[in-house]
Design a protein around this ligand. Structure first.
Ligand SMILES: O=C(O)C(=O)Cc1ccccc1
Length: 278
């Protein structure tokens, strides 16, 4: 049966591109927010959902991290990485020198921060739910507006392209997570994502947790923290390591860590993304 896969829409977003690359045969369904995609996966309305998780210029997409931390019944089943090339568009007849508002997804605005400060110092930046929602917001604007969007959106909407490649670095890649109710079976080239927190703050707590991996020669590829949202200065740590949770060394490290912490959650083991050109 064809899989039904949700994504942060509407049609034309970078997330849709990632979903198409991941599952060209699937039925794709757009959702307005990352949380809506997560909820639809968790309640079985969807087989899977694609959401952005990390960008090479801007770092983590915190909405997605917070969703993974808080929503039960949700795992990462795969990852997809695509290059991001931003276009600046305006309604036909609106030239760059009259633009007063620029709409986009907060990640896209952040990835073009330097360009916007240099070229549009007077324009106000406005957050939209996605880069394609930004084009609709721009068209509804009563003041002259522009939007930062993917090339695909310039084909879907009747807009004029003011500029392209406007991100602050030519190397701009986003990693997307494919969310499902279960993670992936081992492939031999996997990554595992976990999160955990401590109730009591003691010297060396985090050091000993990380030691569980280094003792077993397991490579950590990401570590960061999010606020618990319960008290200032209290954090949930997120770690990615190489290997699958079913591999004996990884399983032992995870068990060792679990015994050292108060909250522990495996967000998923899934195959490492392999670029098409190897
Ligand atoms: O808004 C989009 O098109 C998205 O898919 C989110 C996003 C925004 C900016 C870079 C990568 C993904």
């Amino acid at each position: 049966m064809t899989e039904c896969i949700g994504y942060l829409g509407p049609a034309g977003t970078y997330t849709e591109q990632a979903a198409l690359l991941y599952a060209p045969e699937a039925t794709l369904k757009p959702y307005p927010t990352i949380n809506a995609v997560g909820a639809a996966v968790a309640n079985s309305e969807l087989d899977a959902g694609v959401v952005p998780i990390e960008n090479s210029l801007e770092g983590s997409v915190t909405f997605t991290l917070d969703l993974l931390i808080s929503q039960s019944g949700l795992s990462i089943r795969n990852e997809v990485v695509i290059p991001i090339d931003h276009y600046l568009v305006a309604p036909r007849g609106v030239e760059a020198d009259v633009v007063r508002v620029i709409y986009s997804h907060p990640q896209a605005l952040a990835q073009c921060r330097g360009y916007l400060e240099l070229r549009f110092p007077q324009a106000q930046n406005e957050a939209s739910l996605s880069t394609v929602a930004a084009v609709a917001d721009m068209q509804a604007s009563v003041v002259p507006a522009a939007a930062i969007c993917p090339q695909r959106a310039t084909e879907i909407y009747d807009v004029q392209v003011l500029d392209r490649g406007i991100q602050d670095s030519p190397v701009n890649q986003t990693r997307f997570a494919v969310l499902a109710r279960a993670d992936h079976a081992p492939t031999g080239h996997d990554r595992t994502s976990i999160c955990f927190s401590f109730t009591v703050d003691r010297p060396g707590s985090l050091y000993h947790c990380i030691g569980e991996f280094s003792e077993r020669n397991i490579n950590l590829v990401k570590i960061e923290s999010r606020p618990t949202k319960q008290a200032l200065g209290r954090y949930i740590f997120l770690i990615d390591c190489i290997g699958h949770r079913a591999e004996p060394d990884v399983a032992a490290a995870l068990e060792g860590l679990r015994q050292r912490v108060d909250m522990f959650k495996i967000l998923g083991s899934y195959p490492l993304w392999e670029p098409a050109d190897g």
